[in-house]
Design a binder for this molecule. Structure first.
Ligand code: FES
Length: 66
């Protein structure tokens, strides 16, 4: 599914980039150009980043508890 229509960037592309270490909207903008035109995708990009951070935090918490 397209997240950024202006740059034709999908959620899969962004999730892959986030999993590879891009962790800010600025980094995703520099890599894909997302969010820099109309800006309508910024909310979805922020949600993708927050979801990834929560996932990593849960993984780290589970590792500490194990
Ligand atoms: S939809 Fe991403 S900048 Fe327009």
């Amino acid at each position: 599914m397209y997240v950024c229509i202006c740059k034709a960037v999908t959620d899969s592309q962004l999730e892959l980039a986030i999993n590879e270490g891009l962790c800010t909207r600025r980094q995703l903008f520099e890599c894909f150009g997302v969010g820099g035109d109309c800006g309508k995708c910024n909310k979805d990009i922020r949600e993708l980043l927050n979801h990834n951070k929560e996932h990593k935090l849960n993984e780290a918490t589970n590792e500490l508890a194990a």
